[in-house]
Design a protein around this ligand. Structure first.
Ligand SMILES: Cc1ncc(COP(=O)(O)O)c(C=O)c1O
Length: 295
C-alpha cells in the first residue's frame, strides 16, 4: 500500500515556516473543515520551475477574496514560499498544493475573526490518469450533478466546497468503470470534467465551453493560446450535449490532467487524432522551463 498523505517525508510550508511533513496538522474544530471555508491551487513544476506560478498565486488570492477573506501573504511571498519549498523538497517535476483556510478561533457559520491560514505541500504526482490508457483516450461517464448557477455558488473561485459534487461524480463514474465524468451545467450545457476543462475538435477547428459557471483553467487558457499559435480556429461558446455526436476528437486539460485525450463520453465516441496529439506535444513543450538562448 502506498504511504498515506499525512505520513510522507519532507517538509510543508505552514503559516510562514517550514515544518516537518507529519507535523503539519489542523484541529478537528477548524472552520475550513466544517464549513468549507477553504480555497486551494494545483500547480505543477517541470524541470525545477513551477509553470505559471504567478497566475496560480493570483487565482488563490482571488479565490480567498471571493470567499470573503484576505490571505495574509503577498503574491511575492507566496511565490517565494512555493519556490523555496520546491527547492527544499528537491524535486524537479512535482505537484504543488497551496491551501488557505479559516481556522479554529470560533465555530459557527460566522467566522469574521478566524485566522486565515496558508499551507503549501509539494509531492511527486506523475500522471493523473492511467498512463497506459491515457494516449488511447480515457472513458467518461456523464455526471448526474451539474455545475451550479453562479448565483448559487462562487464558481469563479477554486473553493474546496465546490469539489463536493466532483468527488461524488468521480466516485460514481469510477464505480461504473469510467475514468471520470463530464459535468453539464445548471442550464444543461456541457461544462467540464470533475477536475479538468474539456475541448472538442470538428473539421479542424477547436470548440470549448464558455467558462461562465466553472473554473477558467490556466491550462485551458494555455491550450487556447497554443491552438491559436498553430493557426487553429478556436470557438469558445455554449455547447449542447446533443452536439457531442458531431465532434471527432475530444480532450481534457488541467494542471493535474495536462492534455488527456478522450475516447468516450457516455454514448459518444471520439478518436484521439492529429490535433489532440499536436496539442499534447505542444503543451508538454510549453511547460518546460525556458532556457536562455545563450545557455
Ligand atoms: C474543476 C476543475 N476545472 C478545471 C481545472 C483546470 O484548471 P487549471 O488548468 O487551472 O489547473 C481544474 C484543475 O484544477 C479543476 O479542478
Amino acid at each position: 500500500m502506498s504511504v498515506p498523505f499525512d505520513q510522507m517525508d519532507g517538509q510543508i510550508w505552514y503559516n510562514g515556516e517550514f515544518v516537518d511533513w507529519k507535523d503539519a496538522k489542523v484541529h478537528v474544530l477548524t472552520h475550513g473543515l466544517h464549513y468549507a471555508s477553504a480555497v486551494f491551487e494545483g500547480e505543477r513544476a517541470y524541470g525545477g520551475a513551477i509553470f505559471k506560478l504567478r497566475e496560480h498565486t493570483e487565482r488563490l488570492i482571488e479565490s480567498g477574496r471571493i470567499l470573503g477573506f484576505t490571505i495574509p501573504y503577498s503574491a511575492d511571498e507566496i511565490d517565494a514560499a512555493c519556490n523555496g519549498l520546491l527547492e527544499r523538497q528537491g524535486f524537479q517535476d512535482a505537484y504543488v498544493r497551496p491551501i488557505a483556510w479559516r481556522g479554529s478561533e470560533s465555530m459557527g457559520v460566522a467566522a469574521q475573526k478566524n485566522r486565515i491560514n496558508l499551507a503549501i505541500a509539494i509531492w511527486q504526482w506523475p500522471s493523473y490518469f492511467d498512463p497506459e490508457q491515457r494516449m488511447k483516450g480515457i472513458r467518461l461517464d456523464i455526471a448526474e450533478y451539474r455545475r451550479p448557477d453562479p448565483r448559487t455558488a462562487p464558481s469563479r473561485s477554486k473553493a474546496a466546497g465546490l469539489y463536493m459534487i466532483c468527488t461524488i461524480s468521480k466516485h460514481a463514474a469510477e464505480a461504473k468503470g469510467y475514468a471520470d465524468a463530464l459535468m453539464l451545467d445548471w442550464r444543461g450545457q456541457v461544462a467540464e470534467a470533475t477536475g479538468a476543462n474539456v475541448f472538442f475538435v470538428k473539421d479542424g477547428a477547436i470548440h470549448t465551453p464558455t467558462p461562465d459557471c466553472f473554473l477558467d483553467g490556466i491550462t485551458r487558457r494555455t491550450v487556447i493560446e497554443l491552438a491559436k499559435r498553430r493557426g487553429l480556429e478556436v470557438n469558445v461558446r455554449a455547447i449542447q450535449p446533443e452536439e457531442l455526436s458531431g465532434f471527432t476528437e475530444a480532450f481534457l486539460c488541467g494542471t493535474a490532467a495536462e492534455v488527456t485525450p478522450i475516447a468516450e463520453i457516455g454514448p459518444y465516441r471520439f478518436t484521439p487524432g492529429e490535433i489532440t496529439r499536436m496539442l499534447v506535444d505542444d503543451y508538454m513543450a510549453e511547460v518546460q522551463p525556458k532556457r536562455m538562448a545563450a545557455e
